[in-house]
Write a protein that binds this ligand. Structure first.
Ligand code: HEC
Length: 133
């Protein structure tokens, strides 16, 4: 006996459900895009701002004015320190300094409201303190 292979008209058994639904595809793409944006936000931005500040040439005179306004009360005249904040003369790591200013600490507020230019000015002034000028 010959076994008859059942003939199925193409398309009969598959009713088209295998075709991708365009709406789901767009949703997936959107989710992936959001994830990428989120990752860039997490990884890219803080480092980016530190790098932006470090790339600028700060003006130490403008930095001194900013220091007197924002920092003097705790870190003292010439960065010698007070009971409210440590001395800053031995503080040299620039990227770490900018990070401290942007992020703040438990005892010190964040100065991320200052512009990149102002932070670069502060850094230039602190470099002078460092050099004992
Ligand atoms: C309310 C007081 C206060 C003010 C205002 C303040 N700081 Fe601070 N700062 C501190 C204290 C306290 C620490 C150290 C303790 C800590 O890590 O929280 C510190 C730490 C630092 C450090 C890290 C130094 C180290 O040895 O850990 C730097 C750099 C710094 N401050 C710079 C500044 C600058 C620049 C300003 C002005 C824009 C400023 N601070 C304003 C209190 C202050």
């Amino acid at each position: 006996m010959r076994s008859e292979s059942p003939e199925v008209a193409p398309g009969r058994l598959s009713n088209g459900s295998g075709a991708p639904c365009p709406r789901n595809r767009i949703g997936e793409l959107f989710a992936v895009l959001l994830l990428i944006l989120f990752a860039v936000e997490l990884v890219g931005c803080p480092g980016g701002r530190v790098a932006d500040v470090l790339a600028l040439d700060g003006d130490p005179t403008a930095g001194e004015a900013l220091y007197d306004e924002h920092c003097l009360a705790c870190h003292g005249s010439g960065g010698v320190g007070t009971v409210r904040g440590p001395e800053l003369t031995g503080w040299g790591a620039e990227a770490a300094t900018v990070s401290v200013l942007l992020d703040g600490t438990e005892e010190m507020e964040s100065y991320d409201f200052l512009s990149d230019e102002q932070l670069a000015d502060l850094l230039a002034f602190m470099e002078e303190l460092q050099a004992g000028l």
